[in-house]
Every structure is written in C-alpha cells, then in structure tokens.
Design a protein around this ligand. Structure first.
Ligand code: HEC
Length: 215
C-alpha cells in the first residue's frame, strides 16, 4: 500500500515537473488568436460553470424581473456597455468580438431562461470572468439593482426585432447606472450613447475605414 502511494505521489510530481518545464520554455501559446485544444477548452468550461453554479446558488432573484421599468433601464445600459461584445438584435458580429478569446456569447440569440440562469447571469455581470475579457462590472461601481435591470433586459433581448431593440434603447435613460463617481452626467450619457450607436451601426463601413489607419 505504502509503495503504491509513493508511486502515485512520484508520478504526480513528475507530471507537475514536466508541465512546469513546458511552461518555463514558453510552449503554452497565450495568443488570443490560437484556440485552446478541445480537451483544455472543455476542462475550462466545466471548471468555470462548476465555480459559478456554486457561487450563484444562494443568490435571491428579485420577483420583478419582468417589470417594464427594469427592462427599459437595462436596454440603455446594455446598448452602452455590452452590445459591442455581446451584439444586439440584427447585429451579426463586431470588431472587438472577433478578436476576443473566448468569444463573448451572442446574448441576442435564444438561450436558457430560468431563475438559475438569471442568478448565473447576475453573478457573471457582477464578478466578471477571469482572463476572458468579461469585466467585473461591480468593480467599476455598478450597483446590484442596475445589474438586475440588465438581467431583466437579457431575458427579453432574444425576442426583440432590430426595430424593437432600437426603440427600447431610445425610450431608455441611456447609460444611466451610477458609475465610479456615483453618477453619470447628462453629457457623458449622451456621449457614451452616441459613440456606441455610431460604432455598432457602422460595423462594416467602419471596418473598411480602418484600412486607412496606421495600425
Ligand atoms: C470586452 C467584452 C465584453 C464586454 C464589454 C462585456 N462582456 Fe460579457 N462576456 C464577455 C466574454 C468574453 C464572456 C465569456 C466568458 C467565458 O466564457 O469565459 C462574457 C460572458 C458574459 C455572460 C455569460 C453568458 C453565457 O451565457 O455564458 C453574460 C450574462 C455577460 N457576459 C453579460 C454582460 C453584460 C450584461 C455586459 C455589459 C454590462 C457585458 N457582458 C459586457 C465579454 C464582454
């Protein structure tokens, strides 16, 4: 028994040393344009979902996620802060999304919807996902209530036509959640909004214009 145990510990030690050597000589490719191997990808997916499920299990989902005021507020904040990565009704891809790895899921496409899914989304928006490009919005000052507004909006987003999406954003208060300084000024709201609107509606022309840029 003792020999088997020593053998197992030795094998683990050798494995760890081999892995450390591979890392030391720079074998791992950290480039965002080289995907993980399918095995590593599945392993990371699994570990992430296990971790989020455990942490989101005790989150109490508000009963009023179908409240139209929540959805209206969520629309403006989504358009200003999320759509460039997670797309919107009728928008197929974006410049930033193409280069991110893992690619941000298209949240305008139908997805699982349940109170578990709501708690999971709330947790992800609040805490972000390490080394993925998904920010922890709470670190920038976003309060829980604004995150629930976004969660409420995400529930209806896949059912919106491009016109309904645009009308929802126009009827919203724009980029209205309290930020790091506790508020968003009128001017900043208008700028964030206009910038994003131009950017997203111009996905193709904008990409062409980039040919002339020096980067
Ligand atoms: C810079 C790009 C970027 C921005 C901006 C961004 N996200 Fe993400 N988001 C990601 C990436 C990348 C993932 C995937 C993380 C992973 O799979 O490890 C993700 C994952 C998510 C998920 C989980 C989706 C799923 O079903 O697996 C939700 C929900 C989400 N983001 C919501 C938001 C919201 C709401 C905002 C705006 C407040 C936002 N994100 C802004 C990049 C972004």
């Amino acid at each position: 028994m003792k020999k088997i145990l020593l053998g197992a510990v030795g094998t683990l030690g050798l494995g760890a040393a081999a892995a450390a050597t591979l890392m030391q000589i720079g074998v791992l490719d950290f480039g965002a344009d080289t995907p993980h191997s399918p095995v590593v990808h599945r392993l990371i997916d699994w570990a992430r979902e296990q971790s989020i499920a455990r942490r989101a299990a005790d989150i109490a989902v508000p009963a009023d996620l179908s409240d139209t005021t929540r959805i209206r507020r969520g629309a403006g904040n989504y358009d200003a802060m999320c759509a460039q990565c997670h797309l919107a009704s009728g928008v197929e891809d974006s410049e930033i999304r193409k280069g991110l790895y893992p690619p941000p899921p298209n949240l305008a496409k139908p997805n699982a919807d349940s109170s578990l899914a709501d708690a999971r989304r709330f947790w992800i928006v609040k805490h972000g996902v390490k080394a993925s490009g998904m920010p922890a919005w709470s670190k920038g000052g976003m309060e829980d209530d604004a995150i629930w507004d976004l969660t409420a909006f995400l529930k209806v987003l896949p059912s919106l036509s491009p016109e309904e999406y645009r009308q929802g954003v126009e009827a919203s208060d724009g980029h209205s959640h309290a930020g790091m300084d506790g508020h968003v000024s009128e001017q900043k709201t208008a700028q964030a909004h206009d910038h994003d609107r131009e950017h997203r509606h111009d996905v193709k022309p904008h990409a062409h214009k980039h040919d002339k840029h020096a980067h």
